[in-house]
Design a protein around this ligand. Structure first.
Ligand code: 13P
Ligand code: SF4
Length: 361
């Protein structure tokens, strides 16, 4: 839980003074409605601080998925993006789950399930022994086609535990790189988005497959062509500037940044791992955290004794959630905000998510 006062938000420049009274009203109303309706509000680390402040739990996408299995409430109002709310419903289908904004989507999640089946067929045709690992930033139809889901906090561990030589990693090409690098597999770069040509792709990867075999690597990671627009647009120059200005600052990046940034950073982590690192390293007082700004803003509020460099970026999908739409959703339970998944798809997605939880813990 994140405890902050309105006065502190105003003083830190996170809330305009003219919004203070309205924010206090919304906090009071949301807290009253939560009690009266026996509602549960999970929030992702990227939410704005005034939303994190009224949440019952705040976490990264893995923590929020695990939490969904043990919610004792009559309804859920999810403060995050659609795939997270869908994941919550997938693991707790007895609960009505509401997402306060239709704009809370994710640039990674738009994977076409037919295209995934085509790629799986292609790899079978090549005689590869592979598993399909799907990042949770996908919808249920894609999860249902997977052997296991993963998040940025556990992708490496799950790849190791699935114990197949080859991995088709969907959809984040940069997290795919991290998995390949840490598990000693060959990273096979993705085809261009929506331009998978089997012959061309095969010609491109064959020399890389041979080189990996020659080096005696464990196997291969076939990267899908997805990327998060927020993290993929960060540059090595962002890190170089910090290193030049403050060579002893710790540079932490999210697993969704490009490979060259992962190589240039000190640590590659999920959002909650970043928060834990800051908490458990009092001696690290100057940090650059390359991820969405919501997390960095909260860390600044929690750790005024530390200095945070902020080459962070905003995710407009995460920022589509605000106190006004959380309040209205909780008050009115609008049917258009309800997130569900057809049962036959949900069951397959739940299997892949449960496998992740089993392998990750
Ligand atoms: P985390 O699982 O690290 O919270 O990441 C979720 C996400 O959407 C990253 O952009
Ligand atoms: Fe999706 Fe990127 Fe936004 Fe995370 S930051 S929700 S991966 S678009």
């Amino acid at each position: 839980m994140f405890d902050v006062s309105i006065e502190r938000l105003v003083r830190g420049g996170h809330l305009e003074e003219s919004r203070a009274a309205r924010t206090q009203f919304l906090w009071d109303e949301i807290r009253r409605l939560k009690r009266d309706k026996h509602a549960f509000i999970p929030a992702h680390n990227y939410q704005v601080p005034e939303v994190q402040a009224i949440a019952d739990t705040v976490g990264d996408s893995f923590e929020l998925a695990v939490r969904a299995r043990n919610v004792d409430a009559r309804l859920v109002v999810f403060c995050g993006v659609r795939f997270m709310a869908e994941g919550c419903y997938t693991l707790a289908p007895h609960l009505p789950v509401y997402l306060p904004s239709q704009r809370a989507l994710c640039s990674l999640a738009e994977v076409d399930a037919d295209e995934l089946e085509e790629r799986q067929e292609f790899l079978r045709g090549l005689g590869r022994k592979f598993v399909t690992m799907t990042y949770v930033n996908t919808y249920a139809d894609v999860k249902a086609l997977s052997d296991a889901c993963c998040t940025s906090s556990n992708a490496v561990r799950i790849a190791e535990r699935l114990a197949a030589p080859d991995i088709l990693f969907v959809p984040d090409q940069n997290l795919a790189y991290q998995v390949a690098f840490k598990t000693k597999r060959t990273y096979l770069p993705p085809p261009d988005p929506h331009a998978f040509h089997p012959k061309e792709y095969r010609e491109r990867i064959e020399p890389l497959l041979r080189e990996g075999e020659r080096q005696g690597l464990v196997g291969n990671v076939f990267a899908w062509e997805g990327a998060c627009h927020v993290h993929h647009n960060m540059t090595v120059a962002d890190i170089a500037t910090i290193r030049r200005d403050d060579p002893t600052a710790v540079v932490i990046v999210h697993g969704e940044v490009r490979p060259e940034l992962q190589q240039a950073a000190d640590e590659v982590m999920s959002t909650s791992q970043m928060a834990k690192y800051v908490e458990t390293h009092p001696e690290k007082t100057r940090l650059a955290i390359l991820t969405e700004c919501g997390l960095v803003v909260r860390l600044e509020l929690e750790h005024p004794e530390k200095q945070f460099y902020k080459p962070c970026r905003l995710c407009e999908h995460m920022k589509a959630i605000d106190l006004e739409n959380v309040y209205l959703t909780l008050r009115d339970e609008p049917p258009e905000c309800r997130v569900t998944v057809p049962e036959e798809v949900r069951a397959g997605a739940a299997r892949a998510m449960e496998r992740m939880i089993e392998l990750a813990t």
